[in-house]
Each structure stands twice: as C-alpha cells, then as structure tokens.
Design a protein around this ligand. Structure first.
Ligand SMILES: Cc1ncc(C[n+]2csc(CCOP(=O)(O)OP(=O)(O)O)c2C)c(N)n1
Ligand code: SF4
Ligand SMILES: [Mg+2]
Length: 447
C-alpha cells in the first residue's frame, strides 16, 4: 500500500542486531549458536536494519526473527522461501535473509529449488538438526538412514536429502555446508549476504532435546556423519549469476531504458487532518470483508497524502472466526506496524469482540469505540459511538456491515474527506465500486 521505493536511513554503528531478550531455545540447541553467528555477520557488515528483512519458517527456528531488530516476516511452514521471493521481487534493494529448518526444507522443497534455479538474491540459513524439533523429534528429509526419531523408532528407512547438491545442481550461485560449531561461520554468512544471487548455507547442528539423546549424537558424532556420508564441507558452489529480481527489472525496460512495468505511485488528491500516527483497528468476522474495508481506508489515506500500513489477523479457516485489520495512518514514514493501543476501534461482531479484549482494556477516554447497539455495554474507558445500521436505509448483509461502520467512523473521525474513501473504492473493479459506493453514502445516516 505504501511506497516500496528504498528509503536510505542513517544508522548509528551497531554492536549487535539482537534485542535484549534472551533466546528461548533448549540448553545446547544449535539454533542459539547459529543466531549468534548471524548477529556477528550483520554486525560486521553494518547493513541498514531498515533495509534488512529476516523471514522465518515454522519450527523452533521460526521463533528467531523476534530477537532481531531488523524487519521480520513469519508465515506458514515451508513457505518462507516463497514469502522471501515476493519481498525481494517487490524491492530488490532489500537484504532478505531466510531462517528455516530441515522440516521446512522438506515441506517447501519446490520453493527452495525454484529460488535456487532462478537465483533470487536471498540468503538462506538452513538450520539442519535432522529432525522436527518443535513438534517432538519426528524424522525429516535430512534424517540420516538408520537414525532413531520419534517416528522412526526402529531406525530411519529413508536416505537423507543432500540439500546442498539439490540447490547447487539446480543453479544456486553460492552453496556452503558447515556446522554451527564453525568458528568462521560469521564470515561465511557475511559473504553469503553480500553475494548477489541465491546463497544457501546448510548448517548442521544439534537438537539437544530429541535427536541428540535418541541417537547419542554430539558434536563428534555430527562431524563423523559428514565423513561417513562422504560429503564435503565448505564452499561447494560459487558462480557468477544474474540476480533474478534485478535481472527481471532490467529485462522489462524498453529500448530507451524506461521500465515497461513502472511502479504506479498513488498520487495524493485530498487533504488530511492527521498530525501524528493514528491507529485504527477494525474487529469483525472472517469472510465479512473486514480486510477489504481496511484496504480501502489505507488507499484513502495514501490518496490523502498519508503513509499507511495494514496488518491483518485471521484464522487459517478463512471464513469462520475473527478477522482483525490494524491500520496505521501517519504523516511520517511508519517503521513499526504494530498497534499497542488503538486511537479508534470499530467493533463489528462477536468474533471481533473475542479478539479485542487487550485493545479495549488499554483504550482511554481520548480514544473512540465505534460499535453496534448490541455492544453498547462493552467495558472500556474509550468514548463510545453507537452506530445503528437500521438507519442506513440499505440492505445490510454479512459482507457490507464492516464497510458501513468503517465509513461512518471515518466521517466521525474526519482524518480525511469521505470523498477519499469513495475515490479509493473507485480504484477497484467496477462491480466492487458499484457495491461499495452506496454503502459509503449510506454511512452518513447512521448516527
Ligand atoms: C503445514 C504445516 N505442517 C505441519 C506443521 C506442524 N509443525 C510445526 S513445527 C514443525 C516442525 C519444524 O521442524 P523444522 O522445520 O526442522 O524446525 P525445528 O523445529 O527443527 O527448528 C511442524 C511439522 C505446521 N505448523 N504447518
Ligand atoms: S526442541 Fe530441539 S530444535 Fe527446538 S529448541 Fe529444543 S533443542 Fe532446539
Ligand atoms: Mg529441524
């Protein structure tokens, strides 16, 4: 929604890229060692935090991003490479670092191969502990043949995937195999971050909760396994490649060097009355177009010269349960998208109420709760504005209530003219505009 052009922000020299929180892993877990190596590499490079995104997969490794002060993205199991590819393609100037486990390598193997084949400029740290740590030590694609895990009690009947060979033979430019005990790992990670194409470090390490006790497997045994499997360590592949995200942009230029697919910035057309970060939360039900209403607010904000972010939360069931959209509108760049306390909350349904306890408890007399008559008794110090959809004069459905209440709230808040919301609605397909414009118009009759 906001611009994706890189923003150069000056950064004081950093002695660490980690925050003050202690890492959460079991004693002796290799994840702790690798994250400390990564921290040293980042500190050595001093790359701007705002230009760096750590993308984590699921598993114990997936807990990692929250201990760093860079940008972060955490998604579904096996999909970290897909998210990271999207982030890199959207903004090739970002340093995108993926932290994933061997479990994620199995579940998302195709993403890994395709990112390697294309040489998307990612740095992938494979936290390879030969099992699913988080879920109780089940076998993974890298579990050695014969190894005992909670799902291979009589020894693993499979043979392990050689991750380095898989990505290397498919074109990855930089492929390294080592262990979490390697003293020079920070330097190798730093080189991988600086490398232009797809870089993967397969880092072997110990899961001290499961794999180690099941197999009497320590540092010595792990080093022995490398030899037993006849595998080499160190830098295994190094090629000069075209980094995909830059290459695609170059190819898309016309003969005069102008991009044929230029970014289409949203031009400001309306004034705004926002002089500080404004936090708006929409709390409703999944499948009820809560996020769509949030998207229109964001567009309207940008069309009014503001920065806007939208962060959504909804369950994997998609059409049942809650749907929360957190929108920030600001005259300044928004560097953190979290909402600790809303300035305004639009409460749309019971599902939304179930997820709003924290916000309602924190809101003060200066904040506003917009809601339906049935939630008039909700406990909060925030000022309440009760909106009665019966007054709207249009047929209210499960999918238009969110926009109706949101538009009414925007009229009340006067952050920008309501015409900005109408203009935002017109940016989308005609049939959506035809549905949304009468609802925005009807919202003036609610109070
Ligand atoms: C699609 C999907 N399948 C299964 C799970 C359950 N799950 C959570 S963590 C995990 C294992 C993670 O193992 P790994 O990627 O090796 O990370 P580690 O815990 O070892 O760091 C699994 C299978 C899930 N979250 N999503
Ligand atoms: S379960 Fe294994 S991978 Fe997870 S924190 Fe413990 S030792 Fe590390
Ligand atoms: Mg693992």
């Amino acid at each position: 929604m906001a611009t994706i052009a890189p923003i150069a922000i000056k950064q004081e020299p950093l002695s660490t890229y980690k925050n003050e929180r202690p890492l959460p892993f079991c004693p002796g877990c290799g994840h702790t060692l690798i994250l400390n190596h990564l921290d040293k590499a980042l500190t050595k490079l001093q790359i701007p935090r705002t230009q760096t995104v750590i993308v984590t997969d699921i598993g114990c490794v997936g807990l990692s991003d929250q201990y760093f002060t860079t940008n972060a993205f955490h998604g579904l199991h096996g999909r970290s490479i897909a998210y990271a590819t999207g982030i890199k393609l959207a903004n090739p100037e970002l340093n995108v670092i993926v932290l994933m486990g061997d479990g994620g390598a199995g579940i998302g193997g195709t993403h890994l191969v395709n990112a390697a084949r294309r040489n998307v400029g990612l740095t992938v740290l494979m936290f390879n502990n030969f099992n699913f740590g988080m879920t109780g030590g089940e076998h993974s694609v890298t579990t050695p043949h014969g190894a005992i895990t909670s799902t291979t009690r009589r020894g693993n009947p499979e043979y392990p995937l050689d991750i380095c060979a898989t990505v290397g033979e498919n074109g990855a430019g930089f492929v390294y195999r080592g262990t979490s005990f390697d003293k020079d790992l920070p330097d190798r990670i730093a080189e991988a971050i600086q490398y232009q194409g797809f870089a993967l470090l397969d880092i072997w390490e110990l899961c001290t909760a499961y794999f180690s006790p099941f197999n009497d497997f320590g540092r010595k045994e792990m080093l022995g396994l490398v030899d037993a499997l006849g595998l080499e360590t160190g830098l295994l592949y190094y090629r000069n490649v075209h980094e995909y995200s830059h290459y695609v942009r170059e190819l898309s230029k016309d003969a005069a060097g102008k991009p044929t697919l230029p970014l289409k910035p949203i031009e400001p057309e309306f004034p705004n009355h926002v002089d500080r970060k404004f936090h708006l939360v929409l709390a409703g039900s999944a499948g009820a177009k809560v996020r769509s209403a949030g998207k229109l607010v964001g567009y309207a904000g940008v069309m009014s010269g503001l920065w806007a972010t939208q962060r959504d939360d909804y369950p994997t069931t998609v059409k049942s349960g809650h749907s929360i959209s957190e929108i920030i509108l600001s005259p300044e760049e928004i560097r953190y998208t979290g909402v600790a306390k809303p300035d305004a909350l639009v409460l749309i349904s019971d599902d939304g109420l179930k997820k709003s306890g924290r916000h309602l408890a924190r809101m003060t007399e200066e904040d506003v709760l917009f809601t339906l008559p049935q939630f008039a008794g909700v406990e909060t110090r925030a000022r309440k504005v009760i909106l009665d959809p019966k007054k709207a004069g249009v047929r209210i459905t499960r999918t238009n209530l969110a926009l109706l209440l949101t538009a009414a709230a925007l009229r009340h808040l006067d952050l920008f003219p309501i015409e900005a919301l109408e203009a935002a609605a017109k940016r989308f397909q005609a049939r959506f505009a035809d549905q949304n414009l009468p609802i925005i118009e009807a919202s003036q009759r609610l109070e």
